[in-house]
Design a protein around this ligand. Structure first.
Ligand code: HEC
Ligand code: HEC
Length: 255
């Protein structure tokens, strides 16, 4: 939290230094009286009604105007071409608006079980992210693109930015499942890094240590597997799996 405050403070200082000359013209930008290129939203209303909608979009997705419009971040809004469709995210957002309209039409057809109908908004899915994904999907995408070390960095970054915003499930199941996915794909080294991270995050979870032991077992490192299965037994003396595995390792060692 503290870090995020400092981060935005730094952003402000940097912004002020870089764009002070254009800040004045930024103030002079106003919503168009008559928008030129509305294909989904009501085009007969004055442009100023777009203000809460567009600001809602930026907040819901955690982005700036330039995410969907043609214009350079930090430059005055009067240099933006808001009517242009050249930024592909604008058409993506239009499709989202149509989707939301259709979802809400369906919602109107059901009798709500609460006292009021629940609406669906951009932020219901997006929750401050440009592309709403589960934490596992997000980390897997990073793994495919840049490998396991980038995943670890990405996890730390996401946790810093989103931990208390309900955007991702930072519970121990997420990393545990991801680790087993990686193990299933035959990448035991990557799985070990993920399970290790999970034991750092949830040091009191016997299950997290059990998974780490299992991955070391798969990787053929019986010494570390023993160490971690013993830790599981310390935490959870009733663990049949840990007892069984330790017995197996001992018997294997005698051969
Ligand atoms: C998530 C994408 C998205 C973001 C972020 C966004 N917009 Fe838009 N904006 C749109 C879409 C889509 C339309 C066109 C809607 C339609 O076709 O009915 C639009 C239309 C507009 C228009 C009307 C342009 C015209 O003349 O037709 C203005 C002005 C505008 N946006 C300003 C802004 C400003 C200012 C911001 C930042 C505060 C912003 N928008 C952020 C998606 C976005
Ligand atoms: C039902 C859930 C849901 C809702 C509601 C929703 N979105 Fe999305 N949106 C998604 C998903 C999922 C993606 C990612 C698609 C992909 O990349 O495969 C996405 C992607 C986008 C993108 C592309 C972003 C990028 O960087 O690739 C934009 C822009 C966008 N949404 C805008 C909006 C706006 C504006 C609204 C509200 C009008 C909205 N969305 C409502 C699920 C939703």
């Amino acid at each position: 939290m503290l870090f995020r405050r400092i981060q935005t403070l730094c952003d402000l200082v940097v912004l002020a230094v870089i764009v002070t000359p254009s800040l004045q013209s930024q103030d002079q930008w106003t919503w168009p009286e008559k928008p030129k290129n509305l294909q989904v939203l009501n085009k007969d209303r004055p442009g100023s009604v777009l203000s809460p909608i567009m600001r809602g979009f930026t907040r819901s997705l955690g982005v700036r105007c330039s995410h969907c419009h043609v214009g350079e971040e930090g430059k005055s809004l009067s240099t933006f071409d808001f009517a242009s469709d050249a930024n592909p995210n604008k058409d993506r957002a239009r499709e989202m608006l149509r989707m939301l309209g259709s979802v809400n039409n369906h919602l109107k057809k059901i009798e709500p079980s609460g006292d009021k109908r629940v609406n669906m908004w951009c932020h219901t899915c997006h929750r401050g992210r440009p592309r709403p994904m589960t934490l596992a999907e997000d980390l897997e995408e990073k793994y495919r693109a840049r490998g396991i070390d980038a995943v670890l960095e990405h996890y730390a970054d996401l946790k810093l930015r989103y931990e208390n915003r309900g955007a991702y499930d930072f519970g121990e199941r997420t990393l545990n499942d991801l680790g087993f996915d990686l193990l299933g794909k035959g990448d035991a080294a990557a799985a070990i890094k993920i399970f290790k991270l999970n034991t750092d995050e949830f040091p009191k979870s016997a299950n997290a240590w059990d998974s780490l032991a299992e991955a070391h077992m798969k990787a053929g490192d019986t010494m570390l597997a023993t160490q971690f299965y013993e830790k599981v037994l310390e935490m959870d003396p009733k663990s049949e799996n840990a007892k069984e595995m330790l017995k197996k390792i001992k018997e294997g060692g005698k051969k």
